[in-house]
Structure formats: structure tokens, C-alpha cells
Design a protein around this ligand. Structure first.
Ligand code: S3P
Length: 177
């Protein structure tokens, strides 16, 4: 694909700041923001928790993949903020690498834990005790980093959001303009 203005995709674990950074990037670069979670909810007319509960995770992953592919196929270069599992299931990461420049927003376990513990919206977090959530983050991060680290660039995402956005734009401009 042309190296001129291509999609920017943000990937990373739940709580890594993809939505916040996505909004800032979209307004700074004056691009549309496509949030795959939001697209799934709109398409299915159900919350993500309800989809997991009533239709199961496998169904969610199928819809998530469709939504991701249609975002990547859209003509107007966009900022695409993905759900934490989107690059890790089916062929999500292959598509991301083919059609965008991607950034892994990397945040350590302790920060991820404090950002998502007690969350009532995320089905993979709801009802987990502290101990269960720590174990879940440890185990899934180990598996998922095999996908996340294939991103074009890993960004340590502890800084304040404006600084993270600056670093993303700097890298994008250096590589793709
Ligand atoms: C998920 C992450 C969520 C959402 C769903 C599953 C995951 O998105 O897609 O609850 O598997 O990590 P966020 O990363 O935006 O929370």
C-alpha cells in the first residue's frame, strides 16, 4: 500500500490507554477515530458484556474481526483503536500489519491492574478477585505480547497522554511521510 497517509492502529492490553490516546491523535491529526469495541456494540445493538454472556466470546471475536477488517479497508486514513484481544485472535495482527502503521501501547502489569480492577464493563474483568485478576493479567499478557510486539513500534505508555501522542506522531512522520 502507498506509504503516504495510512491508518494508524493502536493495540495493547485493556487499560493501556488506547481510547484516550486514540481520541487525542484523531483530533490532533484531524482524522476519524474508529473504535472497534464501539463498532461491535453498534453493529450488534448490545453491550460487549451482553454479547459475551448471551452469544459467547467466540462470536464476539468473529464480529470483532469483521469490524477490524472493515475499518482497515476504509478509504479515509483513520485512527483505529482496537479492543485488547483484536490482534491476538484469528488473523487480526496479520491484517493490521498489512494495512497500517501500528503502535503497541505498553504498560506494566501493576499499572494495568490498577487501571482495570473493579471495572464493571469489561467481561473478562468483571467478578474477578484481586488475585484472579493478577493471574489473568500475567498469563494473558505473556501470551498476547507475542502479538502486540509485532507492532511497527512499541511505545512505553506511562507518560502523560500528550507526550505519548507526540511520540506517535513523530515516529509516524519519520517513517511514513
Ligand atoms: C478485550 C478487551 C476489551 C473488549 C473486550 C475484550 C480483551 O477492549 O474488546 O472486553 O480481550 O482484551 P479494551 O481493550 O478496549 O478494554
Amino acid at each position: 500500500m502507498s506509504s503516504r497517509r495510512i491508518h494508524i492502529v493502536l493495540i495493547g492490553f485493556m487499560g493501556s490507554g488506547k481510547s484516550t490516546i486514540g481520541h487525542l491523535l484523531a483530533s490532533k491529526l484531524n482524522r476519524p477515530l474508529i473504535d472497534t469495541d464501539r463498532e461491535v456494540v453498534e453493529r450488534e445493538k448490545m453491550s460487549i458484556s451482553a454479547i459475551f454472556e448471551q452469544k459467547g466470546e467466540k462470536y464476539f471475536r468473529k464480529v470483532e474481526r469483521e469490524v477490524l477488517l472493515s475499518a482497515l479497508n476504509s478509504e479515509i486514513p483513520a485512527i483505529i483503536s482496537t479492543g485488547g484481544g483484536a490482534p491476538c485472535f484469528l488473523d487480526g495482527m496479520d491484517y493490521i500489519l498489512r494495512s497500517s502503521i501500528s503502535f503497541y501501547l505498553k504498560v506494566g502489569r501493576a499499572s494495568l491492574f490498577s487501571r482495570i480492577y473493579g471495572d464493571k464493563e469489561r467481561p473478562l474483568v468483571i467478578l474477578k478477585t484481586k488475585h484472579e485478576l493478577i493471574q489473568f493479567i500475567d498469563l494473558s499478557l505473556r501470551k498476547r505480547e507475542a502479538f502486540y510486539t509485532r507492532a511497527n513500534k512499541t511505545i512505553l505508555a506511562y507518560d502523560n497522554p500528550d507526550k505519548i501522542v507526540e511520540r506517535i506522531i513523530k515516529y509516524y512522520n519519520k517513517e511514513h511521510i
